[in-house]
Design a binder for this molecule. Structure first.
Ligand code: SF4
Ligand code: SF4
Ligand code: SF4
Length: 236
């Protein structure tokens, strides 16, 4: 039952993603959301990335297209992901402290320019390359390069609502981890407070046993909220 509802939520998410993509093409600026992004991240996590951002949505669709075309899928092992996922925070730190900013790191802006026919700006940020890589790797720009996603993610660590796993009922099949576009090891996590979580709910839709749900988190990170050591099980 939970999985059925979560699957419907995934359809709703696609409709919302397409609506925002259309709105941006029609000239609506995603800057409209900038004032509520960080408070929202504190409350419900980084929903902007899972539901709104056109570049994030398009990477999702490219990944799905890659699967449809039976292209090889590269699942970054959890052991490597643990280090690789730090890169976007390093870029964010460099950008915030020394104002170092490369065209490469302005992906959402470059993609919006591409949607408006500004191919030169998009080319300077190699947006096309990221989209091609998305056929094989889940959300490469979001996972490893996006400083905007990193900024929201850091706020979201203290969020009040997120994904919970019923550890007693879980069969440790790993489907939720494999479904996660941000490579979070959900199968080894009791409460998802990971800063990379984008609130997409794909993990809930992937769990046949209905062990995952969305709800209120414990007040503060502590014993009951610790993420299990992901060295225990790498995603296959
Ligand atoms: S991480 Fe960046 S590119 Fe990805 S969805 Fe979020 S804002 Fe968009
Ligand atoms: S998909 Fe469900 S049963 Fe499988 S590991 Fe994840 S939470 Fe456990
Ligand atoms: S943990 Fe679940 S909600 Fe968060 S990004 Fe991964 S699949 Fe989406």
């Amino acid at each position: 039952m939970k999985q059925q509802i979560a699957k419907r939520v995934q359809w709703l998410r696609i409709i919302v993603q397409i609506s925002f993509l259309t709105a941006v093409i029609l000239g609506v600026s995603t800057k409209l959301f900038s004032s509520w992004l960080l408070p929202a991240a504190l409350l419900i996590g980084v929903f902007f990335c899972g539901w709104v951002c056109p570049l994030g949505s398009t990477q999702d669709w490219m990944w799905k297209l890659g699967r449809l075309l039976r292209l090889p899928q590269i699942h970054v092992p959890q052991r490597a992901q643990r280090y690789l996922q730090l890169s976007r925070y390093v870029f964010y730190f460099l950008a915030a402290t020394w104002s170092i900013s490369f065209a490469l790191l302005k992906g959402p802006h470059n993609f919006n320019r591409l949607l408006h026919g500004d191919i030169l700006t998009a080319a300077s940020g190699v947006v096309g390359l990221f989209l091609i890589v998305s056929l094989f790797v889940k959300r490469p720009f979001c996972n490893y390069f996006c400083t905007g996603g990193a900024r929201q993610g850091l706020w979201s660590v203290l969020r009040i609502f997120s994904i919970k796993r019923d550890t007693g009922a879980c069969g440790n099949c790993g489907q939720c981890t494999r479904a996660c576009p941000m490579n979070i090891d959900v199968a080894n996590t009791e409460f998802v407070r990971h800063p990379n979580c984008i609130g997409c709910m794909s993990c809930i839709a992937a769990c046949r046993k209905g062990c995952l749900s969305y709800g209120k988190m414990p007040a503060l990170p502590g014993k009951k909220n610790k993420q299990a050591d992901s060295t225990a099980r790498d995603s296959k």
